[in-house]
Design a protein around this ligand. Structure first.
Ligand SMILES: O=c1ccn([C@H]2C[C@H](O)[C@@H](COP(=O)(O)OP(=O)(O)OP(=O)(O)O)O2)c(=O)[nH]1
Length: 121
């Protein structure tokens, strides 16, 4: 779903500035679910506006207002107006794990290789 700014006065984001934007949205998620706040591709492509902590996490036990942390990565000022669609939110189910400390891990073909270990690029 789209998240809209709910503002008494517009917010001006100068280049490289960030701001927490109000949505006046409050939700109660079931245990084992989270909400993720993601950027809108149009705002990112056309205006360089993105969600700084993307994806923002809304915990199932959070009861406060959902806020969107926007950053202006462009070289121009950007004005955020009341009612503007600023981000999108999805609800996601996640596994709840009981962690168990062990001395060693099972072998695998990859082992500890990563960060480009399988190719030249
Ligand atoms: O984009 C975001 C990210 C977080 N939150 C709210 C809901 C979330 O459940 C809470 C805590 O977020 P997070 O776990 O990312 O914060 P933290 O930096 O780990 O701080 P703490 O958990 O100590 O509050 O803040 C938002 O409203 N918008």
């Amino acid at each position: 779903m789209d998240l809209r700014a709910d503002l008494d006065t517009p917010v001006l984001l100068k280049p490289m500035e960030r701001a927490l934007i109000s949505t006046k949205l409050f939700i109660e998620l079931p245990l084992g679910y989270e909400a993720q706040i993601r950027p809108r591709s149009g705002l990112a492509f056309k205006n360089g506006i993105t969600v700084l902590n993307s994806p923002g996490t809304i915990d199932s036990d959070y009861r406060g207002e959902i806020k969107v942390l926007l950053v202006n990565l462009s070289t121009e000022d950007f004005l955020i107006n009341d009612g503007e669609r600023i981000a999108q939110m999805i609800i996601s189910k996640y596994e709840q794990i009981s962690w168990l400390p062990v001395k060693e891990l099972a072998n695998s073909q990859r082992a500890a290789g990563g960060f480009g270990s399988t190719g030249t690029r």
